[in-house]
Design a protein around this ligand. Structure first.
Ligand code: ATP
Ligand code: MG
Ligand code: MG
Ligand code: MG
Length: 565
């Protein structure tokens, strides 16, 4: 590419609203331009990088045996009603209406559409297993779009969905995808970690996130320094008593044989849907009552209060003031309306001793520690009970917990039959009977990866692209081309030779002064720079510098070409 014929648009100022380095550098390099909150145009330069990432993702998905499709970005309401997500998905779902007053959404994800495709395309077990993937624009109306394309509203995702007859078959494909993801991030030369994760709104059981490690990451991850154990902090905090911080564990009485209530028990007890009980917290009032607070609206609270009143020996729900006094917590902290939005805690009561509680995560077998609130009135925040800190014992008993910040760039789920069941996606199995398919889903934030890579690879001068995602591998900087025919000829000849060898090369023939030209090439992060100047041509050499080097070297034409052999 001749840069005189390209559209480069670097800028000097750091935009005021760009908080993190990748956002600043992407704007300064002219890779993206903001159209509106969370909406960006990819410039020719930015697009070259995005396409590199996309190509590697596509190659590895193909290599792993997934088959590419392209589904509509706009999806009909009726389909989302079949899974109940038209209502449940919440504010991130952008709902749009056509001229006939029919409702659609701009797809934030494609489980509904792919399952609809599968139910009409797949009839027999002989067609399974199969894994469909696409690279497609998604829209999520994020509450706080920020950090440029890192948390955009419109973004590019690779999403894949696999269909199986059995859980074992799904598990095989899950690890196949897990390995493909590991290859993708390895090929992109990123420092990453796969961590166990909580299933969240998409549903399903076994799930891992892939995080690019970076200080600016929005997520905290916990990993062991003595084993392969790694989890995101939400998951780590919902773990068994062994993860308790030593100090907290000593202060809190451990319940060795806890009476645990299953979510179904709590659900039956409260008369609420199991999903609502996942957000339940049980606290003890100052008069010996047990109060169950359910996060959510007042209606739910009233149901709960009524139910509590029916319990023998427990007449009314404790007042917030009572709870505050009993727990020594700040007013406003405890209470259904004021609980943190996503508190994934149920606190289960041991029937025998009112003072002893078992606090649990919201999945089976993840109860994590005993709390005696009679004595531990100084526990003022529910989070403190669950906090995971550096130096905790790793839950697998090997090593200590270390914490790091991460950017979620990929996510794999074993979904099971959730979507196939609600959309009735069945095939004829070997025994001739209809069977609901078992599913997995696998997402990668293609556009987010571009920003995440910068968070790991930059210096004061700008971006330092890992070679596999650089817009060009090498730039030839032409000094004073108009004045010296020999310099132009040497540059043109090297440019032609590199192109003939299939090396992606940019020729900076814009006629800029060396300072400005070098600053641009450093800012946009080209891994290799070769300067073609009058002095060099006279001496038969080129000045070469790798983006990460601090010194230049004089190389012969052969030596330059050998760099890219
Ligand atoms: P996050 O926790 O960052 O909101 P998510 O868990 O909601 O992400 P998934 O539903 O797992 O996202 O989607 C798969 C991938 O899509 C994520 O791992 C991430 O890389 C990417 N992604 C999700 N939301 C955004 C966004 N708003 N902007 C850019 N990429 C995104
Ligand atoms: Mg999200
Ligand atoms: Mg997430
Ligand atoms: Mg996710």
């Amino acid at each position: 590419m001749r840069l005189s014929q390209f559209h480069l648009a670097t800028v000097k100022e750091v935009p005021a609203d760009a908080e993190i380095v990748s956002h600043q550098l992407m704007l300064r390099a002219g890779m993206i331009r903001k159209l509106a909150a969370g909406l960006y145009t990819w410039s020719p330069l930015g697009l070259r990088v995005l396409r590199k990432v996309e190509a590697i993702v596509r190659e590895e998905m193909n290599r792993a045996g997934a088959i590419e499709v392209l589904m509509p970005a706009v999806q009909p309401k009726e389909l989302w009603e079949e899974t109940g997500r038209w209502e449940k998905f919440g504010g991130q779902l952008l709902k749009i209406k056509d001229r006939k007053d029919a409702w659609y959404c701009f797809g934030p994800t494609h489980e509904e559409v792919v399952t609809d495709f599968a139910r009409s395309e797949l009839h027999s077990y002989k067609q399974l297993p199969v894994n469909f993937f696409q690279i497609q624009t998604k829209f999520r109306d994020e509450i706080r779009p920020r950090f440029g394309v890192m948390r955009a509203r419109e973004f590019l995702m690779k999403d894949a969905y696999s269909f199986h007859l059995s859980a074992e078959c799904l598990e095989r494909e899950y690890w196949n995808m897990y390995n493909a993801y590991s290859r993708i991030f390895t090929r992109l030369e990123l420092k990453f970690r796969a961590v166990q994760a909580d299933a969240g709104a998409i549903g399903g059981n076994v799930t891992h996130e892939f995080h690019v490690l970076a200080e600016s990451g929005e997520d905290a991850i916990a990993f062991s320094d003595g084993s392969d154990y790694a989890a995101n902090v939400e998951k780590a905090e919902a773990l068994a008593p062994e993860t308790a911080r030593p100090a907290a564990a000593a202060a809190l009485e451990r319940v060795d044989t806890p009476t645990q209530r299953s979510i179904d028990d709590v659900s039956a007890f409260l008369g609420l849907a199991p999903a609502q009980c996942l957000k339940t917290i049980l606290v003890r009032g100052n008069d010996g009552l047990v109060a169950l607070c359910v996060r959510g609206d007042h209606e739910i609270n009233e149901i709960k209060a009524a139910k509590l009143a029916e319990l023998p020996g427990q007449s009314v729900l404790a007042e917030e003031a009572d709870i505050v006094k009993a727990l020594g917590c700040k007013p406003g902290f405890i209470g259904p309306v004021n609980l943190p939005a996503d508190i994934p805690v149920i606190v289960d009561r041991s029937a025998a001793v009112l003072a002893d509680f078992v606090c649990g995560g919201n999945a089976d077998g993840t109860h994590f520690r005993g709390a005696n609130w009679e004595r531990d009135a100084r526990i003022t925040r529910v989070e403190d009970l669950r906090k995971v800190v550096e130096g905790d014992a790793s839950p697998d008993g090997q090593g200590r917990i270390r914490l790091a910040r991460g950017i979620e760039v990929g996510h794999v789920f074993q979904l099971g039959t959730k979507y196939a069941e609600s959309l009735n996606a069945t095939v004829i199995a070997q025994d001739g009977k209809n069977q609901v398919m078992t599913m997995g889903c696998y997402g990668i934030g293609v556009s987010r990866i571009v920003a995440a890579a910068i968070e790991q690879n930059f210096d004061a001068a700008g971006i330092i692209w890992p070679e596999p995602m650089a817009p060009w591998r090498v730039v030839l900087c032409l000094i004073n081309p108009k004045n010296d025919a020999a310099v132009s000829a040497a540059a043109e000849s090297l440019y032609a030779e590199l192109q003939a060898r299939g090396i992606e090369v940019a020729l900076d023939d814009r006629g800029l002064r060396p300072g400005g030209m070098f600053a641009d090439m450093e800012l946009i992060g080209i891994p290799h720079r070769v300067v073609v100047s009058e002095r060099g041509v006279a001496a038969g050499t080129f000045e070469y510098r790798a983006r990460r080097d601090s010194e230049s070297r004089q190389l012969s034409r052969e030596e330059v070409l050998a760099l890219f052999a």
